[in-house]
Design a protein around this ligand. Structure first.
Ligand code: UDP
Length: 238
């Protein structure tokens, strides 16, 4: 079931349900797109019709963060819980390994996807990573060609939002062998270990945003969209 939160149609699912849907996409007949908006993107989408329409084309929309879950509660359209993109990705690795699904990693600075690939193979032994490319390219056509030549069936697109969503929707029809593609922001940095996640207790207390802010104070500008999003959710009727 979808839950409309300030115009974005989130799937109201647990992690287990999200994984089952993700695995279903692998046996589907078209390239399914998974998006994982957080409160910052939720706010941008609430004031940008084009971005909202783009994101709402997704086959699966997961709430990446406590801000979205809080906004959903305030709208009286609660969600079952947060399903962070990086956690969904980590769990899908075992599904790919079990099924022999070939995974391609696109995004982050040169070298990061390769480091992430090594870590992912440790997390899910037997995982097949069929290719990697950094996210700093000028022309998209050669990138699409490389992905197709690799035989990729799953694709993690980690270019930051909304660049990764624009990329996925612009090219989904040109990636006929891909069954699942997911926009996952800075997740490759996370897997590579370049960006440490908050300690478990902070994640449990919904304080991961605070940890990220302390680590990267320059995020303050973009993070101000989080309270704006929550206030908007509390105040508007939409
Ligand atoms: N990135 C990229 N190409 C670009 C811009 C950004 O590959 O042209 C990568 C960047 O290196 C980082 C990720 O996209 O790994 C964005 O991470 P961030 O944490 O800013 O995104 P979020 O998860 O907040 O969407």
């Amino acid at each position: 079931m979808k839950q409309d939160i300030l115009g974005l149609k989130f799937d109201n699912v647990t992690m287990e349900e999200a994984l089952a849907i993700g695995e279903g996409f692998l046996s589907g007949d078209h390239p399914a797109v998974v998006v994982t908006p957080n409160a910052e993107i939720g706010y941008d989408a609430s004031v940008d019709d084009e971005l909202r329409a783009l994101l709402n084309q997704a086959d699966l929309m997961l709430p990446d963060g406590a801000g979205v879950v809080l906004a959903a509660k305030l709208r009286k359209t609660p969600l079952k819980g947060k399903v962070a993109g990086i956690d969904f990705a980590r769990n899908m690795l075992s599904v790919f390994a079990r099924r022999g699904t070939k995974l391609y990693l696109l995004g982050s600075k040169p070298g990061v996807a390769e480091q992430a690939a090594e870590k992912m193979k440790e997390i899910a032994p037997g995982l097949v990573i069929c290719g990697t490319a950094d996210g700093y390219f000028k022309d998209e056509a050669p990138v699409i060609e490389k992905i197709n030549a690799s035989g990729a069936e799953a694709l993690f697109v980690c270019l930051g939002a909304p660049k990764q969503e624009k990329f996925m929707f612009a090219h989904r029809e040109e990636l006929p062998a891909v069954r699942l593609m997911a926009g996952l922001g800075g997740s490759l940095d996370g897997f590579a270990g370049n960006v440490k996640r908050a300690p478990d207790w902070m994640i449990k207390c919904q304080l991961e945003w605070f940890y990220r802010l302390c680590k990267e104070p320059k995020r303050i500008g973009r993070m101000m969209r989080l309270p704006k999003y929550v206030f908007k959710a509390a105040g508007t009727r939409r």
